[in-house]
Design a protein around this ligand. Structure first.
Ligand code: 13P
Ligand code: SF4
Length: 303
């Protein structure tokens, strides 16, 4: 039996569903039941009946799925696949801001640990951050951990006062603005679509700034353009090429791969389905309760 058949069989045996983020390798996306961005996948996890979820992504994604679905088993194909940005803030930063501002909301990007979520007020993803922040009653917003997403949201919600934190996604922060510029010189008709985690020198060049699914939908819907320069992780190509087989997609020549997402392989999916290893543990009770509130507020306000 080949690996794909083996996964189908194991899924049926265990009544499991496979979720995959757009950044995992194409062969893994190909065997997933659902592919999506962070928001879609966390919402979806709540609406599925399967008792077992295999989450092809990084730790904060599996952890969010577990917090929202405590009775389900959430299996991570690689337990070491973690997002470095998800750890780039301490509670001291929030405590200091709360002392300084009475009217403050601590807004944490979903790319954060359960511990961070437990002392934050609300979570957001890149696809709903602008909408949610603009609905918050508080004037002052401490945006953690990602400073680039924070600055992008601030530019869209100018009525709020933002306080930033020095976190970043290494993959998007160190993407080269010169490489994007060179691509534009080589393909002057191409539209530049980038993720808000990119550094400001890239954001400034963009025609469109949005989440992974936003970027994919932009290319799918704008059939009047047939060339796109993409400022995010290469994995989005899998769905983009399906949506727009006629279009050309250009990525920086130092191909952006998220090394943690790249750890997810078919062999590891088979292994966790066979053994039940790498089940996400529920955080300590008080932490889990607060982190779940933070995530649930996001699901409510994103409506
Ligand atoms: P999306 O929510 O846009 O899918 O982004 C997740 C992520 O980790 C980006 O680096
Ligand atoms: Fe984290 Fe960046 Fe990888 Fe997204 S691309 S999971 S933010 S390291």
């Amino acid at each position: 039996m080949d690996k794909v058949e083996q996964i189908k069989q194991l899924k049926a045996d265990k009544n499991a569903v496979i979720l995959a983020h757009y950044y995992v390798p194409p062969e893994v996306q190909a065997i997933a039941d659902y592919i999506g961005n962070s928001f879609y996948l966390s919402k979806l996890a709540c609406s599925l009946d399967n008792p077992v979820i295999v989450f092809c992504g990084v730790s904060f994604m599996g952890e969010s799925a577990k917090l929202l679905n405590p009775d389900k088993t959430v299996l991570m194909p690689d337990a070491t696949a973690d997002c470095p940005m998800a750890h780039m803030v301490t509670e001291e930063v929030a405590k200091k801001a709360r002392e300084e501002y009475d009217d403050l909301a601590v807004v944490c990007y979903i790319n954060s640990t359960a511990e961070i979520k437990s002392w934050s007020d609300i979570s957001v993803t890149s696809s709903n951050a602008v909408k949610i922040v603009s609905k918050l009653p508080e004037k002052n917003i401490l945006f953690i951990p990602d400073r680039n997403l924070g600055h992008y949201v601030a530019s869209q919600v100018p009525e709020k006062n933002f306080i930033y934190n020095e976190g970043y996604c290494p993959r998007h922060e160190f993407m080269s603005a010169d490489e994007i510029r060179e691509l534009k010189e080589a393909h002057p008709e191409a539209k530049i679509l980038v993720h808000p985690e990119c550094n400001p020198a890239i954001i400034d060049q963009a025609d469109y700034i949005g989440s992974t699914s936003g970027i994919i939908h932009y290319a799918a819907e704008h059939t009047e353009y047939d060339e796109f320069i993409i400022g995010t992780v290469y994995g989005v190509i899998y769905t983009m090429q399906k949506e727009r087989p006629d279009a050309a997609f250009y990525f920086p020549k130092t191909t952006p791969i998220c090394i943690n997402m790249a750890k997810v392989t078919l062999d590891k999916v088979i292994h966790v389905l066979e053994t039940g290893e790498n089940a996400v543990a529920m955080p300590p009770e008080a932490e889990a309760r607060q982190a779940k509130v933070t995530l649930s507020r996001m699901l409510d306000l994103a409506l």
